[in-house]
Design a protein around this ligand. Structure first.
Ligand code: ZN
Length: 250
């Protein structure tokens, strides 16, 4: 079985479409979304409706939660974007609007299948905790986080793809030729971000988990970010910086 794991789409429809086209060429059986479908970008409704249709499992992200409830710890740029997102999700016929909010409000914060965990943030605080690459220098913190992992944990949230090992390494996709073998040791895998990469690579990022080959594959996909940037610039509620960063992938 091959599962495509996508995360942090952030209302970037151009990136999502490019990733879905790549997935359709990769013999994938199942699509799983690790959250943050909305927030920051210009196409929340299109992204949400696509994920609702295509993903077999979607996990709640902190921006998805912030669209539903009062945002917690958001900076002013993220806050303005999420209030604008709310208005967008509220536009349309009652049945369409209700379906969107029902879907968001029913998202699980965590899912486990056969010792594989799926979260947005971290195994100990599934929605909000960031596990940044530099955490490898904090052994007690990482030991605590790893103690919650049964075998493999897949996550997003930082928009920084890579693999954490229990002996405190963070292996970037470029350091393993975009392929990482799944062995007996526990792993935490950050699948990166579809719609707002922050590892200085402006291509959309996702992961394929191949259960038979016992490997994960990091995939990068080019997309028309200038089209997304143009849309972001056209809405005053979306800070121009949210567009500019797509160009540099930071
Ligand atoms: Zn995010």
């Amino acid at each position: 079985m091959r599962q495509a794991l996508i995360s942090d789409i952030h209302s970037n429809f151009e990136a999502l479409q490019a990733v879905l086209a790549d997935i359709s060429s990769q013999n994938v059986d199942k699509l799983i979304c690790l959250g943050d479908v909305v927030g920051y970008g210009p196409n929340p409704c299109e992204c949400l409706e696509t994920v609702m249709r295509r993903a077999e499992l979607t996990i709640m992200g902190n921006h998805d939660q912030a669209a539903l409830f009062d945002p917690d710890g958001f900076n002013p740029v993220a806050l303005r974007a999420i209030y604008w997102t709310r208005d967008r999700l509220d536009a349309g016929s009652a049945s369409v609007v209700n379906r969107r909010w029902d879907f968001l409000s029913e998202l699980p914060k965590m899912h486990t299948q056969d010792k594989v965990m799926f979260v947005h943030g971290s195994p100990r605080d599934p929605t909000n905790e960031y596990v940044f690459p530099e955490f490898i220098y904090d052994k007690s913190k990482m030991d605590n986080i790893f103690s919650r992992v049964t075998q493999y944990c897949f996550q997003g949230h930082t928009h920084m793809p890579g693999v954490f090992t229990p002996d405190l390494e963070f292996i970037k996709p470029s350091q393993c030729d975009n392929v990482f073998p799944l062995g007996k040791e526990k792993l935490m895998v950050n699948v990166g971000s579809v719609g707002q990469p922050r590892d200085e690579d402006n291509r959309a990022c996702y992961v394929i988990l191949d259960h038979d080959a016992k490997k994960i594959f990091f995939r990068r996909v080019e997309y028309d970010f200038e089209a997304t940037i143009k849309k972001i610039y056209s809405f005053s509620e979306l800070d121009r910086m949210l567009g500019d960063r797509l160009r540099t992938g930071r």
